[in-house]
Every structure is written in structure tokens, then in C-alpha cells.
Design a protein around this ligand. Structure first.
Ligand code: FO1
Length: 309
């Protein structure tokens, strides 16, 4: 069994290769829910949805989120009603949020809702939220905090962030199976997701870091930073704003207490020695997942690390 710690788009791209290389039913994906937000009274879980839609083969590949060929007619009407519509919820996508919200209102947990949605979408891997408790990622710009989606989508990550907090994390329990799946896996993969606001949130949930240190599984991370730049999103700028080195080394340093292997891109070969100095092995390969073949090559590279003695 394998466990993948996942954010949104970067993780989903990796999974497209990985799940074509191993039996999908042997994979558990623990997903960040710090980005979750309410819009128009609906509970939206962007990272869960990105992973779910990707595995179901219905994601809008170009955007990386939402459903392929969705329309946004509901948004147009909301706009006419004078509502803010900067967070684009597609008409088909809305069905997910309507059903999720209805079930959550009936006290069904987010884990159970996710299991039902995955089942109906024919997904064979197990997708679990990091926690069933509410955690809200907030970023500080100047002296004030704003919610993550406001920073990420409304303001298009244009601000300098000097602090990130995960509101509610101290009281968030790991969702059922999060710790067990880490403990029972043969291999753990930290997807090439944002180390602060995607993976950092999962690692902040009580017991997760300890489980990662204690498990006998081999733990491998793929750097989302290549040549000092994030492959997608604001990870590099966030790291710099928080006083960290925006590089594969900076990412490895965040995982040093539990990681066995850091996989970095060929471009970053010069960082090998410094990363090894953190007490982990370094794998070097082409990590830019431009097409399905490259996604599967990266997956095979990771499987090869798991297969080594
Ligand atoms: N990302 C955007 O950049 N713009 C959007 O309007 C947007 C809408 C959206 C709707 C549903 C959903 O599940 C995801 C959505 N995302 C959108 C993606 C999402 O905000 C981010 O990719 C993640 O939160 C970061 O992992």
C-alpha cells in the first residue's frame, strides 16, 4: 500500500502518472483541506475536488481544477444579482458542492462525503481529507490576515506574504485512517505540492508528523521547486516571504525530521550535497511532468526508490 500526501494541481498531475503505474486500489491519498471555503452557503473543498475530478478523468486539464467543458451560467446570474463572482464555480462543479453541503448539514463527516462522491465517480483509490474538523489557512499581508482563497484567487497571489497560519489546526484531529494509512504503508510520497500551504497544513494536523517519523514506510518527497521557481503557484514567493530558501533544499529542510529521500530535478543537481547534509538521500531525475509519459517516468523513478533495499 502507498500513501500520497497531496495538495491540488501538482499532486493531481503526479497521480495521473502514478495511478497508471501501480494498482490504484493500493493507494490512499491524504488531501489538504486548509483551502476549503464557503461560497454562497456551499462548502467547497478545492484540493479534494481537484484530486477527485482528476482521478475520475473529468478534470479540466488546462486549468487543473473544475470539470472539463463546464459552463458558468449560474455565476453569470449571481453576477447580475450583484454578488461577487471571483471564485468561479462551474454549473456541473456546483453539484458536488450542493451535495457535499447537504450531507455535511446532516452531520455526515467530510471523510464519508468524500468516500461517497469518490464511489459514485468510480474512483478506485481512497481519497481522505486530512481532518474532518475545520482548518482555515490564512495569510498575513502587511499587518492583516486574509483567507487563502482571497489571496490565491481574488488577489491572484500578487501580495507579499509574511506569515501563514492554519486557524483551527490545534483542535483538528486527523480524519479516520490518516494515521493508520501512514503507519501501514510500504511507501509514502509527498507530492510536488506547496510545502507551506498544502503539505504544511497536513503536517500540522496532530499526530501526522509523529506518524511519519514512526512509520517503517520509506518516505519520498518530490520537490515542487525547480531551479528556484515553483512549477506552479506561489510556493517560491511564499517561502521567500517566510524567510526560507526557495529551493529544493528549502523544501527538504521542511521535511528533514521524517524524510528518507528527496527527489529533485536534474537542473538542481548542484543542491545534492547540501540536501544529503540534512540526513536524507537524493534522487535526481526529470521532474517536469509535461506529458503523460513524463508523469509515468517520474512515477517509475519513485517506485524504483521504494524497491531498493
Ligand atoms: N482557482 C482559480 O485560480 N480560480 C478560480 O476561480 C477557482 C475556482 C475553483 C472552483 C472550485 C474548485 O474546486 C477549485 C477552484 N480553483 C480556482 C482552484 C483552487 O482555488 C486552487 O487551485 C487551490 O485552492 C490551491 O490548491
Amino acid at each position: 500500500m502507498y500513501t500520497v500526501l497531496a495538495g491540488g494541481v501538482g499532486a493531481a498531475r503526479f497521480l495521473q502518472g502514478f495511478l497508471n503505474t501501480v494498482d490504484p486500489s493500493e493507494v490512499t491519498i491524504i488531501v489538504n483541506t486548509g483551502d476549503d471555503e464557503e461560497f454562497y452557503g456551499l462548502h467547497v473543498s478545492p484540493d479534494l475536488d481537484i484530486v477527485m475530478y482528476t482521478l475520475a478523468g473529468i478534470v479540466d486539464q488546462k486549468k487543473g481544477w473544475g470539470i472539463y467543458r463546464d459552463t458558468f451560467l449560474c455565476m453569470e446570474v449571481l453576477h447580475r444579482y450583484g454578488e461577487e463572482t471571483w471564485f468561479k464555480l462551474g454549473d456541473m462543479d456546483l453539484a458536488t458542492h450542493v451535495l457535499r453541503t447537504e450531507l455535511l448539514d446532516e452531520n455526515v463527516t467530510l471523510s464519508e462525503v468524500t468516500r461517497k462522491l469518490c464511489h459514485e465517480l468510480g474512483i478506485r483509490s481512497r481519497i481522505i481529507p486530512m481532518s474532518n474538523n475545520k482548518v482555515s489557512t490564512m495569510v498575513r499581508i502587511g499587518s492583516g490576515f486574509i483567507k487563502f482563497q482571497e489571496y490565491f484567487v481574488k488577489r491572484a497571489t500578487s501580495d507579499d506574504v509574511n506569515k501563514v497560519i492554519f486557524k483551527g489546526i490545534a483542535n483538528a484531529k486527523p480524519a479516520p485512517d490518516v494515521v493508520d494509512s501512514i503507519m501501514d504503508s510500504k511507501g509514502i510520497i509527498v507530492a510536488p505540492s506547496n510545502p507551506i500551504v498544502s503539505i504544511g497544513t497536513i503536517l500540522g494536523v496532530r499526530g501526522v508528523r509523529k506518524a511519519l517519523r514512526d512509520t517503517k514506510a520509506r518516505k519520498v518527497a518530490i520537490s515542487p521547486i525547480v531551479g528556484g521557481n515553483a512549477i506552479k503557484g506561489p510556493a517560491d514567493r511564499l517561502m521567500r516571504g517566510l524567510g526560507m530558501e526557495p529551493s529544493a533544499y528549502g523544501v527538504a529542510a521542511l521535511y528533514r525530521d521524517f524524510l528518507d529521500w528527496m527527489v529533485i530535478d536534474e537542473i538542481d543537481v548542484a543542491l545534492k550535497g547540501r540536501i544529503e547534509g540534512l540526513g536524507m538521500n537524493v534522487g535526481i531525475t526529470d521532474t517536469i511532468m509535461r506529458n503523460q509519459r513524463k508523469k509515468e517516468n517520474l512515477a517509475r523513478f519513485i517506485l524504483d526508490i521504494f524497491g531498493r533495499g
